[in-house]
Write a protein that binds this ligand. Sequence first.
Ligand SMILES: O=P(O)(O)OC[C@@]1(O)O[C@H](CO)[C@@H](O)[C@@H]1O
Length: 429
Amino acid sequence: MPEVDDAPVIVSSAPGSFARSVLAERHPALIQQVRDAFPWSPERHRALGALLRSCTEGVIEPLDPGAHDRERWDVWGSEYFGRSWFDVPFLWSESYFYRRLLEAVGYFGPGLWHGTDPFAPFKRAELRGSLVDDELAALDALAGRPVEERATAYLQASLWGNRADLGFAVGSPGAADTGSTAGAARREDPPPLVADDSDVLWSLLPKDATSAERPSGAGTSGSPRTVHVIADNSGRELIPDLVLVDHLLTTGRADEAVLHVKPYPYYVSDATMADVVDCARRIAQASGSAGGAGKRLWAAMGDGRLDVRTHGFYCEPFPYSEMPADLRREFAGAALTIVKGDLNYRRLVGDRLWPPTTSFAERTAHFPGPVAALRTLKSDVIVGLDPRTVARLEAADGSEGPGDGAKQGWRTSGTHALVQVGPGNPGMW
Ligand SMILES: O=P(O)(O)OC[C@@]1(O)O[C@H](CO)[C@@H](O)[C@@H]1O
């Protein structure tokens, strides 16, 4: 095992690796799906074809000269231009792939495709689907349950909702069928978490018995207790995230919540502001308990208890240890920041092949306050496991680690999940 300080950065060149399969299989499949999803003009088809050639057999090239962010990417990509996509850090190449895909469909351009989310048809189809109806209806069964039980169910639903993302479904048919809003409440045999700091998470958000009597936004200490959620996917992940936020606000575990979303489409199903509106509307239009939650969320957005924010950093190819000072300040005052999903986890702990027993608290010591990761395992990165868990997972998988044909193994298949909490370092900003 490498020492923590020289854990290798993940690149996509290793045969049989998960990172290679994303670039070699998932990205071409995604380009085809996007091609088929709109009646693109010949120019857009040409651009998509050029991107396909570049990312499979070509080299990384700079953005178009007129791109609004060309200068920034020129700096960020200076070491990588002219090299194969497979030979540079996986975190960078994936992020740049999505930036190039938006360029190919004219998202930032002056033409009529400007601002068209190329993933919108997939997101809409998911939201319209009966699975969302079922999940929202299942919230009724939780309504009369004790508050602790509901809290656990909402947290689990938010966690496993991460398994339903559309990006994960590309090239992996059937894999996205198990995430569930309230499904966690009715799932008979939930897979055990590989790490579970749920108790620590709840201890950071003690129930505030006086919340009903306090003026809105004022905690017992005089300052509001704020929970930040860095969202991941829209649809069947964002809906349970919002239900969890409603629970935190209505039970007084948080006075205010801030939901952070992407400034523009990214990683297929990542949530943007438009997706927040669609999901909030979908919940508010439901009947029963879900509808009640939706209406409360709608009201909370109106009176400022639920704020939605974004930042350019969320679509940059960097780890959270390099987040800019303005973002750092936002998280510094929070009671807790919940970081959702696999990509955010990679960015939180660093996209490297850490020994899996590396301390989560140490890897997240750069974060400016308490931080919780809620993630299903969909890439090779993992820290914070105890040695017995690692041995059990590897024995069950028949593999010895990420380089050992673990492409479909416990690290990447989305069948396992974790809740990890670290204290961060409030002094860091
Ligand atoms: O962040 P999410 O939605 O949980 O997962 C996204 C993700 O699984 O998709 C990529 C493959 O396309 C992985 O690199 C990445 O981590």
